[in-house]
Design a protein around this ligand. Structure first.
Ligand SMILES: N[C@@H](CCC(=O)N[C@@H](CS)C(=O)NCC(=O)O)C(=O)O
Length: 232
C-alpha cells in the first residue's frame, strides 16, 4: 500500500520525496499549500499538531498498523528502516549518520530558515539579524566542508539519509550568499547527489508549485502573521 506524503516543494518536503524515490517505496502526494494556509486544515492537524510539512501516513506501519509521522528527520529514519536502505548497519557509521542528520535538523535547517526569513521575508531590514544568520550560514557550510574533506559522504563511506536531509538546503547556495566554489568538498558532494536520477525525480515533485516572487498579504498572514500564531 502506498505511503501518503503530505507535502509541498520546499527543502523539508524534498528530503522525503528524495528518500522515497531512492528507496523505491510507493507513495502518493497530498499537496499542502502552506502559502494558502492549508497546513491549518483539520485533516492535516490530525496528523501533525505542529502544522508543518512534511508528514506521512503509512497504512502499513509497524505491526501492520497505520502510522502517522511528522518531522522530516523522524520520517527519514522510519523510511530507511522500513525499506532497509540509506542508513548504515555498522554501528559506528550508523551513529555518524544519525549525528549528521541531527546536525541538519537542529542546525542547518533552522539557521538557514532564519537567514531566509531575515534576508527575504522580514518586513523591515534588521542588520543584526541579517548579519547573525549570514555568519551562521557561512559557519555551517565550513563545518560541512571539514566533514566532507574527511569522508566521501556525511556518514562516512556510504550515501545515507544524512546526505538526503542536507542536500536540499545546499541547492541554490547563491540564495544564501554562498559561493560553493569556495567549498570544494561540498561542491563535489553536491554535484554527485544532484546527478542521481532519484534525486532529480524527488525535487521534481510538485515543482509546478515552487514559490516565486514576493509574498501576498494572505501568504504573509498564513506563514508569519496572525493566522500562523492563532491558538488551535
Ligand atoms: N522540523 C520540521 C520543519 C518543517 C517546516 O518548517 N516546514 C515548513 C516548510 S519547509 C512548513 O511547513 N511551513 C509552514 C508554516 O510555517 O506554516 C521538519 O523538518 O519536518
Amino acid at each position: 500500500m502506498a505511503i501518503e506524503v503530505w507535502t509541498w516543494p520546499t527543502p523539508n518536503g524534498h528530503k522525503v520525496h528524495i528518500a522515497l524515490e531512492e528507496l523505491g517505496l510507493p507513495y502518493t502526494v497530498v499537496p499542502v499549500n502552506i502559502g494558502a494556509g492549508e497546513q491549518f486544515r483539520p485533516d492535516f492537524l490530525a496528523i501533525t499538531p505542529n502544522h508543518r510539512i512534511p508528514a506521512i501516513v503509512d497504512p502499513d506501519g509497524p505491526g501492520g498498523q497505520a502510522v502517522r509521522l511528522f518531522e522530516s528527520g523522524a520520517i527519514l529514519i522510519y523510511l530507511a528502516e522500513k525499506a532497509g536502505g540509506l542508513i548504515p548497519e555498522p554501528p559506528a557509521e550508523r551513529l555518524a549518520c544519525l549525528q549528521w542528520l541531527m546536525f541538519q535538523m537542529g542546525g542547518v535547517g533552522p539557521m538557514f530558515g532564519q537567514y531566509g526569513h531575515f534576508h527575504t521575508y522580514a518586513p523591515e531590514p534588521i542588520p543584526y539579524a541579517r548579519d547573525r544568520y549570514a555568519k551562521e550560514v557561512q559557519r555551517l557550510h565550513r563545518v560541512l566542508e571539514t566533514r566532507l574533506n574527511q569522508a566521501e559522504w556525511l556518514a562516512g563511506g556510504a550515501y545515507s539519509i544524512a546526505d538526503i536531509a542536507t542536500f536540499p538546503w545546499i541547492r541554490f547556495p547563491e540564495r544564501r550568499g554562498i559561493d560553493l566554489d569556495q567549498f570544494p568538498a561540498l561542491r563535489r558532494w553536491h554535484d554527485a547527489i544532484a546527478a542521481r536520477p532519484a534525486v532529480a525525480r524527488g525535487v521534481a515533485v510538485l515543482a509546478e508549485h515552487q514559490r516565486r516572487g514576493p509574498l501576498s498579504d494572505a501568504e504573509r498572514d498564513n506563514l508569519f502573521g496572525s493566522n500562523q500564531f492563532r491558538a488551535r
